[in-house]
Write a protein that binds this ligand. Structure first.
Ligand SMILES: N[C@@H](CCC(=O)N[C@@H](CS)C(=O)NCC(=O)O)C(=O)O
Length: 194
């Protein structure tokens, strides 16, 4: 398998999840500004959408969109999924929320935007983080079980903190708990992040 990624981007969730799943994978860095990969390939030709992540499976099939990439990894390693009769639905539900409501709200920070637009985005993100904070009553989004959704939320909490967005205290604890894990520390180091 190969994950196309950019350091610190949402693709970090895929790297953490692949390592958590014990899946051996190659990682190829994409320069998002030039759309050239570290091997000198034209990423726009590989993935015409131009963004990361993209996961290329061993049979050559490719999976794009972070929710699909993470759902695929959770299918390979069910321990990274929530438990219970509605487990699959709960995973779709939270990944959709994280992608559309939280990740989408960061847009003004990553694209041309005024300070007013960024401040409004910060308010929106803070409100959505407060909602997520209520879901964390025992370690992770789904109790004691670390899932691919936690990897995604962790990646976005890094952004929120870097942009000075207000993060609820229990989410800061949650972030630090995840950041302390050996796999996450290794994943951050592999992307040149400390
Ligand atoms: N809808 C995509 C969005 C992914 C996305 O926004 N990726 C960012 C990094 S976090 C990116 O590659 N941005 C560069 C670009 O859009 O040109 C998904 O959920 O996977």
């Amino acid at each position: 398998m190969k994950l196309y990624y950019a350091p610190g981007a949402c693709s970090l969730a895929g790297r953490i999840s692949l390592h958590e799943a014990g899946i051996l994978a190659d990682f190829e860095k994409v320069d998002l500004a030039t759309k050239v990969t570290e091997n000198g390939d034209d990423y726009a030709a590989i993935n015409p959408r131009g963004y990361v992540p993209m996961l290329v499976l061993d049979d050559g099939e490719s999976v794009t969109e972070n929710t699909a990439v993470l759902a695929y990894i959770a299918e390979c390693e069910p321990a990274l999924s929530p438990e219970g009769p509605l487990a699959r639905i709960r995973l779709i539900e939270i990944l959709t929320y994280l992608s559309t409501e939280l990740h989408g709200a960061f847009k003004p920070y990553f694209h041309e935007a005024s300070e007013t637009e960024k401040a409004a985005a910060g308010e929106t993100i803070a409100g959505r983080l407060r909602f997520l904070a209520e879901q964390i009553d025992d370690h992770y989004l789904f109790g004691r079980r670390f899932t691919v959704a936690d990897a995604y939320l962790f990646a976005m909490l890094r952004w929120a903190m870097a942009f000075g967005v207000q993060v609820p205290a229990n989410l800061v604890d949650y972030f630090e708990r995840i950041a302390a894990s050996e796999i996450v520390r290794r994943s951050l180091a592999e992307e040149g992040l400390t």
